[in-house]
Design a binder for this molecule. Structure first.
Ligand code: SF4
Length: 419
């Protein structure tokens, strides 16, 4: 496909594809799937080699959220049978984090449900960051606490936080259908506050909420404009007891096309495969390693992941290697700023379709993941519409509710964490 050659060339040059090219990736046929993965894999290897960064989630405070994010098992009115608890003590959180670090995680993501932290919450999290850093030398810490108020990002940075996560989740156009208690602009503002404070920004999306291909392209282009260091891609985990419980729209092939599109649009950014990996990619998970350079180890915020050792075996079997603590994740030209860092369960509040995050304007002022726009470069390639397969998506599949397991171990329980 000429389309794929064009996308590889652009990815290797860190050049923004056109929206039509991004849409064409999403609508490509299953017959072309391995070609799409191979092409995006070339871009992935150019900037990240065969390294896989491992991240570990610690849910500091679970459930009981006053916000109404439809995808989230912790939302207002959720009847999902998740763990509910208030703030973990710093030593409890540190103990949970240590399990992830021992399993190979170089980043710990501290997540708390809620609209946003109070100043007292920021104090608590600051103590937790200190406890984790004292016990685990060199570990990166990312906070994911919801919408930030003035000065809180600076306080987290001063407490030792390396990064802040807040996801955009979906397109600006459809955001109001997913959440009514805060806005897309609120999310953008928080990501920008984190960036202004010098924190590495992590902001991503959730796919599978009934959005269109255009919505997916819109949110990924918005992320590129926002220029986070890392972009977590969550696949909706349709929890029973939430408004999106019936949204079983994803196939493993669709997930791979989405990840490939994100890689082409954000070629040199840490693209992280987040919540929903096991549920939706299933036996095709190893193929996704050719597209993403980062995953979560073990469990998510409110749902269980596969065993940590299974993750490690999968990485080794697929011919990849766990990124060591002494290696800088981002390519040299991005180190110290730009697209690349955290998050978790398909949501903002981390990675299981739970989620607090932020936004940017498509084609906004910042160049985003990759520095050149099409305006800098050669003429557009020939129209790709002819290459777009017709009717590529096979339509909804049977729900796999058997694959959704509420987390009952690790943080907030007496049972050992999965790492
Ligand atoms: S995503 Fe965050 S803010 Fe939204 S309902 Fe869940 S925990 Fe609350």
């Amino acid at each position: 496909m000429d389309l794929l050659s064009t996308l590889v060339e652009k990815g290797l040059r860190r050049e923004l594809p056109t929206r039509e090219e991004a849409l064409a990736v999403l609508s490509s046929s299953d017959d072309d799937l391995l070609d799409v993965v191979a092409a995006a894999g070339r871009v992935r290897r150019q900037w990240f080699g065969r390294r896989v960064k491992l991240n570990y989630l610690v849910n500091l405070k679970s459930g009981l959220c006053p916000e109404d994010c439809s995808y989230c098992s912790q939302r207002l009115g959720s009847t999902a049978g998740i763990l509910k608890y208030t703030w973990l003590k710093p030593d409890e959180a540190s103990q949970a984090a240590a399990a992830g670090v021992a399993g190979g995680a170089k980043r710990v993501c501290l997540v708390a449900s809620g609209r946003g932290p109070t100043d007292r919450d920021v104090d608590r999290v600051s103590k937790t960051i200190a406890a984790i850093k004292e016990q685990n030398e060199g570990v990166e810490v990312c906070a994911c606490l919801g919408l930030l108020s003035q000065g809180q990002a600076e306080r987290l940075r001063d407490a030792g936080a390396d990064a802040y996560n807040h996801n955009l989740n979906t397109s600006e156009e459809t955001y109001g259908q997913i959440t009514t208690t805060h806005t897309y602009e609120d999310r953008v503002d928080t990501v920008q506050q984190a960036q202004a404070a010098g924190l590495s920004a992590c902001s991503g999306l959730i796919a599978g909420m009934g959005e269109s291909d255009k919505d997916l392209v819109d949110v990924v282009f918005a992320l590129r404009g926002l220029d986070p260091d890392s972009v977590p891609v969550n696949f909706l985990i349709p929890f029973e007891g939430t408004p999106l419980a019936k949204e079983w729209n994803l196939t493993p092939q669709r997930c791979l096309r989405i990840l490939a599109m994100v890689r082409f649009v954000c070629p040199d950014v840490e693209v992280r495969l987040a919540g929903g990996r096991e549920v939706h990619l299933r036996s095709l998970q190893p193929l996704a390693l050719h597209l993403v350079n980062s995953i979560f180890l073990g469990d998510y915020l409110t749902s269980e992941g596969q065993a940590g050792q299974v993750d490690l075996d999968m990485i080794a079997d697929a011919g990849f290697e766990v990124e060591g603590a002494g290696t800088t994740t981002l390519p040299e030209h991005r180190a110290g700023g730009g697209c690349g860092s955290i998050c978790a369960d398909a949501g903002d509040h981390g990675a299981d379709s739970t989620g607090c995050g932020g936004t940017a304007q498509p084609g906004g002022a910042r160049a985003g993941c990759g520095e050149r726009s099409t305006a800098d470069t050669a003429p557009e390639p020939a129209p790709v519409a002819a290459e777009v397969a017709q009717g590529a998506e096979p339509g909804p599949r049977a729900p796999r509710t058997d694959l959704v397991t509420v987390r009952r171990r690790g943080a907030g329980t007496d049972l050992a964490p999965n790492a």
